[in-house]
Every structure is written in C-alpha cells, then in structure tokens.
Design a protein around this ligand. Structure first.
Ligand SMILES: [Zn+2]
Length: 411
C-alpha cells in the first residue's frame, strides 16, 4: 500500500494547504449559559453552515465548511446535563462537524452574536437528559473490534463441516440487487511499488487479479464499480483526486496481501483479515499498519500534522459503519471460501490506523487477503478458483452490508 497511501496523504494535505487562507480556525468550544459556543479566529462562512438532524438516537448536526479545528484538544471535554454527548470533529479536511446527541428533538436555533462575528452559538435543549443512555449510544468507539466468525480455527475434518449458516448461503436470491450504487475498489501498490513479495510472487499482481474479479462480481449484482487502477501502474496524484471526487461512492475497499519477515513463523502464519480505520493497542495490528504505512510516514514532513488528520477520521461518523462493513465482508468471504477449501484461517476483523483509509468519508475497509509469505496460502491466493470464491464472498459481504443499511433510516 505504501506509495498509494502516500499520495492519498499528500492529497489530503495539499487540499488543506490550498484552502488554508480561506479557512476559519475553530480555536475554542465551550458550554456557557446552556449554549455551545464556538469561537473562530476570524469570520466563518455562516451562510454555508449545514444544520440537519439524525435519528436513533436524535442528534443535531452542524457541518461548518471552510473551517478547521485548531488542534485535537478543542472541543474534547464538553459536558452538559442537557446532552448525552457533544462532539466536535474535523469531519472532512475542511469541514468541522458538531454533533449534539440530545435523545429527542427541540427547536434548535443557532445564531451569530451581533457583537462577535467570529462566534457561533448553538443553544442546547431546554430539557435535561437521562444519564444512562450516554454509554449505550457511545458511537465513536465501537466495542466490536475483533470479530471471529463461527467454527473452529484449525483444520476442518470434512469439507462441509464449515458450511456457513443457512442465512449466509441464500444470498443471491434473498438479497435485493444493488441499484447502481458506486463501489470504489483500490488494488494496493502498483508500478515500481511491488508490495510484499513471497516465493517470487508480488502483492501488486495478486491484488489486481482479485480486484478485477471483485469488479465483475459486484457488477453482476447490479453495482457500479470504480477501480483506482486496472493495470500495473503507479498511481499519480490526479488519479487519486478522481477518487475523492467520487462523492457518491457508497463503499471504499482497499485490497492487499499480508506478509511476515523472514523467520521461523513465516511458513506457519496464514489467514484472512479485514481492517477498518481506528487507532489500536493491539500489537499485531500495529505491526501490520506500520508495515503498510512505512513509506508514508517517511514521506510526511515534520510540519504535516498527521495527528490532526488521523483525529479527523477517528472522530468522523464512519467508524461504526466501516466496522459493520468489515464484519459483513469478512464473514461472507470466509463463508464462500470454506465451502470449497479446508483450513481457511479467520484472523478476524481488526482496527488499525491505515493511511490509505484516512480521509475516506464513506465506509472504508482494507482487506488483507492472506499471507503471501506462507507457501500454502500463496499457492491458493494465486489460484483463479480461490480468487473467484474470495471475490464472490467480498461482493456478498458488500451486498449484505448495503442492504442492511438501506433498512436503517440514516443511511
Ligand atoms: Zn499492501
């Protein structure tokens, strides 16, 4: 992923710098007189503030364009007995998002004080909220981080023992077809960036093969697909920009293969894992993220505040959605493969701070399709039937996720 991710980061950062002069900085957020008061360094664009509500639970949301949160401390410790939670985040590189979780609706009329054109006041609800719901609706940090699908981890005695549950098998008929929603597929690496290498085989070739199969599988199901690359090329910045322009994309899927450095475990470790973006304390996830991020971190100058960018994504609303997408994809991928192959190892759904997922304002996942360093798994990974089953599983997972989301009001 390394170079592709670097470009992505550059894109995020350059757009930040380009607009730097037009951007109002949110320097302070405080609760006073039952209002959330925002203080900018200069006049912000009041006319462009987008105020809307979300349900289950009820939230008042404000998107403030051409604005940035000064640093990660601004707006982090806001408490009021009139809100379950008050969140301030860098929702997009140049959009600050304010979310008041109030449980129920009220007539919320924000305003700019006459004498203070740099401030924006958002009245909180006149009622107090019940305390217990704060924990229940904690939306930023999902509890499910590692999801293991059912079944023993080791070898299956019979091939059919690992048939997924009936619910998973009846997909094609029981699920509605996609209605032209756009899916972005990002085959990792490319060109001079080979990615991991094992037994002379290269990650960049493998992930492109799987991506093309996935494209066909998704199209078969009625989705539109945008591929970040279709050949062995190194992605340039304008190509990446195109992805960012695809605002109607519902899902972003980056495809990679894993690898272990030379050592005794190199021939043993195998398995499939799906990541969504989040900081983690899990050492293994950290190690894999570090490997994929290496080039990016090297390339990022000290004056680029990577912390701010990561915070922006971590505070965004897409983490839970990405987590759900990751769970569905992982589950169906394993279901599809285990119908035909023994000993397919489930390494779970994990979270890690992958740079390629930073800045994605839609549910985004990164699939580590297997260990290219493991001879047995490598052989499978480059087998066309195995690739097809895997692609089919990923497509079913995306379909399941999108169909479930359709049922939810806020999607
Ligand atoms: Zn990779």
């Amino acid at each position: 992923m390394k170079r592709a991710a670097l470009l992505w980061l550059l894109l995020v950062c350059s757009s930040t710098l380009m607009f730097a002069s037009a951007v109002a900085i949110l320097e302070k957020a405080e609760i006073k007189k039952n209002e959330l008061r925002l203080h900018f360094n200069k006049a912000y664009n009041k006319g462009k503030i987008h105020h809307f509500t979300l349900k289950h639970p009820h939230r008042e949301v404000f998107d403030i364009p051409q604005a940035r949160v000064k640093n990660r401390y601004v707006g982090q410790q806001l408490h009021s007995s009139h809100c379950h939670s008050i969140r301030v985040s860098q929702y997009k590189p140049n959009t600050v998002r304010i979310v008041l979780e109030t449980g129920k609706g009220y007539s919320c009329m924000p305003y700019r004080p006459i004498l203070s054109y740099k401030s924006y006041h958002i009245p909180l609800p006149p009622f107090k909220v019940k305390k217990k719901q704060t924990v229940k609706h904690q939306r930023v940090k999902p509890k499910v981080i590692v999801h293991k699908t059912s079944g023993p981890k080791k070898k299956a005695v019979h091939q059919h023992q690992h048939k997924p549950k009936a619910k998973l098998i009846n997909t094609s008929k029981s699920y509605r077809r996609g209605s032209g929603e756009l899916i972005v597929i990002d085959p990792g690496h490319g060109g001079h960036d080979t990615g991991a290498i094992g037994g002379g085989k290269r990650e960049k070739d493998l992930v492109l093969q799987i991506a093309k199969r996935l494209e066909r599988q998704l199209k078969k199901r009625g989705y539109r697909v945008y591929m970040t690359r279709r050949s062995d090329v190194f992605l340039k910045l304008p190509q990446r920009t195109k992805i960012a322009d695809r605002k109607d994309a519902k899902v972003f899927i980056s495809i990679h293969a894993n690898s272990l450095p030379k050592g005794s475990r190199r021939n043993k470790v195998q398995g499939i894992e799906t990541y969504f973006l989040q900081t983690t304390r899990d050492a293994k996830s950290q190690r894999i993220a570090a490997r994929e991020n290496k080039a990016v971190l090297k390339g990022a100058g000290s004056n680029l505040s990577k912390k701010v960018i990561v915070d922006a994504v971590l505070n965004g609303p897409k983490i839970i959605e990405s987590n759900k997408l990751a769970i569905d994809v992982q589950r169906y991928m394993l279901g599809s493969l285990r119908k035909h192959y023994r000993g397919v190892r489930d390494m779970g759904v994990r979270s890690a701070p992958f740079w390629v997922l930073v800045g994605a304002s839609r549910p985004s996942i990164l699939i580590e399709t297997g260990y290219i360093s493991n001879p047995r798994e490598r052989k499978r990974l480059f087998n066309s039937k195995y690739q097809e089953r895997m692609a089919e599983g990923i497509a079913k997972g995306v379909q399941s996720y999108l169909n479930n989301r359709k049922k939810e009001i806020e999607f």
